[in-house]
Design a protein around this ligand. Structure first.
Ligand code: SF4
Length: 521
């Protein structure tokens, strides 16, 4: 008998699902508690008739969905606390617990596939809604949609109705990414092109990882003038491009390569590491005393920095640890996975659209033949060298736009420039897919054609649920011919895949050269 069931990420065992323990390190009791929490959320949505009951419930819904994203929360007790909170909300509105967790993954294979697609998309969107919320931005249409979507998971729908719901969700997620973009840029300014070193200076330092820019900002404020340097890791890298963050001179550079190398790269680190969101891997004993979690991230026995008064967290324990460990005695040289030691970021929509004339001219003269958006998540499974090789093999008259953490496969490569523009332009974190969409829409307007007619191909890598919500947004915009890898999601049934291929011509990746030949014809 299965001890658990989870097939929400690319690591699902055997391409089918984790049934004994998660390949991510999630134990079966925690996975089952994630299911219980999800069922409680569905019961809350049923009880409130698919609408927000207001008050604390919205916060709990965002936090709970976010906590069940892959590599976020492995702590049974923290999930239990969230579940108690949701159950209280159900009681407050005299609701009932009619939906059971056994129903989550049961039933017709295609219905389960579509239901799971919507659930995983909502888990991803909850992360973005939460980041916007902590920056003071909340949109009732977006928050309200969580209840509509969660309630629909308990209902019987035809395949067409599920697809309609999923497309509607894609549009809501676009609004959510726009909200977060607005929250980030109004708080920290529009990102500007910025070079980021991979070298580490001697002396005390802190590594901060994940997506939460507010945590970084508060950490920068609290370490200013204390002789402690701050280095980003993983999805925090694009923070260097924001004017209101880069003005801190002790925000020095980026440590580490891909997130899945953390167990090796953190083992000898003489510094604490602060996890603000995913992707946390089970820490090894050699460095677990140096890991701190915050927000919805959790792992048993790791130090957790709680929410503070007036939304200000107290990072004193992290700062004390940095001073105690002291960093390295001399400056250290590190590189990305291809040997480069300089990363570029900050090519978000404002920067790219700021040089739109140059870009359009380069396309018209033939200096730029094609754009590739090579973006998405990184992951541990083999087969992801595809993305490195794809970028290396892309002809010199093509431009690579990138976002999310998959770029650590190639962002230390120097593949040259076209007309003063670097051929690799990092648009930011995964949520900055919004920036890429804005750029694509602006280009389609400039060339007076549809996005699908632009010399642009999306070559995406997926791993967890934020990639799912972004993919659904792209599909809801009618974007076709997306190359998707490294493998297809376990939760997409053969029939649902056929529908996606027929409607959107989603293409599973092949080999880089074959795919380039197909695309560039
Ligand atoms: Fe398995 Fe991924 Fe679920 Fe973890 S999140 S249990 S690796 S499918």
């Amino acid at each position: 008998m299965n001890e658990m069931f989870c097939f929400q990420c690319e690591q699902a065992v055997g391409g089918k699902g984790c049934t004994k323990a998660g390949a991510c390190g999630k134990k079966s009791d925690v996975a089952n508690n994630h299911d219980k929490l999800t069922s409680s959320l569905i019961n809350l949505a049923i009880s409130s008739n698919g609408k927000s009951p207001g008050g604390k419930a919205d916060i709990l819904v965002m936090q709970s969905l976010f906590a069940t994203v892959t590599n976020v929360n492995f702590d049974y007790n923290r999930i239990e606390e969230l579940n108690s909170g949701v159950i209280n909300e159900i009681k407050n509105i005299n609701g009932k617990q009619s939906f059971t967790d056994e129903s989550l993954w049961a039933g017709d294979i295609d219905v389960t596939s579509l239901r799971s697609t919507l659930l995983f998309g909502m888990r991803g969107m909850a992360a973005y809604a939460w980041h916007a919320y902590v920056l003071g931005k909340k949109d009732n249409e977006i928050t309200g949609w969580f209840y509509k979507g969660l309630k629909s998971l308990s209902e019987i729908h035809s395949l067409e109705e599920w697809l309609e719901l999923i497309m509607e969700f894609g549009q809501i997620n676009l609004k959510c990414m726009a909200l977060l973009d607005e929250a980030n840029t109004s708080m920290y300014g529009h990102p500007v092109p910025t070079k980021v070193t991979t070298n580490i200076e001697k002396g005390p330092f802190i590594v901060i990882t994940g997506h939460d820019l507010l945590d970084l900002k508060q950490l920068l404020e609290q370490t200013e003038g204390k002789g402690i340097n701050i280095y980003t890791h993983g999805e925090m890298l694009p923070a260097h491009g924001y004017p209101e963050l880069k003005r801190y001179s002790h925000l020095k550079g980026n440590f580490g390569t891909a997130w899945q190398n953390q167990q090796k790269e953190f083992s000898d680190l003489p510094a604490p590491i602060l996890f603000t969101t995913n992707c946390l891997m089970p820490p090894r004993a050699s460095y677990s005393d140096r890991i701190f979690t915050t927000s919805v991230v959790g792992y048993p026995e790791l130090r957790h920095i709680p929410e503070g008064k007036d939304n200000v967290k107290d990072f004193t324990p992290v700062i004390s640890k940095a001073l105690e460990l002291g960093g390295w005695d001399s400056n250290m040289h590190f590189t990305g996975i291809n040997g480069g030691s300089m990363l570029m970021t900050g090519f978000a929509r404002n920067t790219v659209l700021g040089v739109a004339d140059k870009v359009i001219e380069a396309v018209k003269t033939g200096a730029i033949k094609h754009f590739f958006l090579v973006g998405g998540c990184d992951g541990a499974k083999p087969g992801r060298n595809y993305y490195t090789d794809f970028v290396k093999l892309a002809p010199k008259d093509t431009v690579i736009l990138t976002l999310a953490c998959g770029k650590f496969r190639f962002n230390d490569l120097d593949i040259g420039e076209i007309g003063g523009l670097p051929r690799i332009m990092d648009m930011g974190q995964c949520n900055d897919a919004y920036s890429a969409i804005e750029v694509a829409l602006a280009l389609s307007e400039a060339f007076n054609c549809g996005v699908n007619d632009l010399p642009l191909t999306l070559v995406l890598s997926w791993y967890e649920q934020k990639a799912v919500c972004i993919l659904l947004t792209l599909l809801s915009l009618g974007i076709k011919n997306i190359y998707l890898g490294p493998t297809l999601p376990a939760f997409i049934s053969p029939n649902v895949l056929n529908i996606l291929v027929e409607k959107f011509n989603i293409v599973p990746i092949g080999t880089p050269q074959e795919d380039l030949n197909k695309i560039l014809g």
